[in-house]
Design a protein around this ligand. Sequence first.
Ligand code: MD3
Ligand code: FE
Length: 207
Amino acid sequence: VVVSPGAVHVPGWLGLPRQRELVGRCREWVRSPAGMRKHRTPTGGRMSVAMASLGWFWEPYSYSRTLPDGTPVPPFPPELGELARAGVAAAYGHAPEPESPGYDVALVNFYDAEARMGMHQDREERADAPVVSLSVGDTCVFRFGNTETRGRPYTDVELRSGDLFVFGGPSRMAYHGVPRTRPGSADPDCGLASGRLNVTIRATGFG
Ligand code: MD3
Ligand code: FE
């Protein structure tokens, strides 16, 4: 389903076995030192979504090669690069452009029942490769906006367990957020007892 030019939603792309596998792999990847962190924002707040970074460390609003204590960031799992390329192919009908930089960072986001993500743009990456998003667990309301303002016009889309969403081209710089999840809505066989897992795979272009 094309939500906007370059923004393609593929419901149920990951079947239950691959959802469980992704949850299991994320549990391994986010063991320390990667950790799940609720980052502080520059304005003194704290994000309600817990995050871990693989490949490059993201915190509001930049990427670093190391964690804040100087230890190396856990490596970017090559299998996520393959999953991202397969996701782009499934959404667009063709593989990523060969000249576009390779996928090198994944952000693992966990939403408990209260977590939300405010409207924002993802502009810390230098590359314009499409962002690949995978969701497992509780359904959420995903708000897809415009490139000019945090406000209207926007479109609300329900993202369910197993859904793939690819954001490229003119959609890459659109404001977006998660105003709520639907606690308890997940398939009991998805691998998560509660909450919502979202993995976004990106190319930083930093080399
Ligand atoms: C559109 N995550 O990690 S995924 C994020 O469900 C983020 O956890 C949300 O926004 C989540 O930055 C939304 C969909 C998504 C991810 C990255 C995008 C949409 C995007 C980058 C550019 C445009
Ligand atoms: Fe985002």
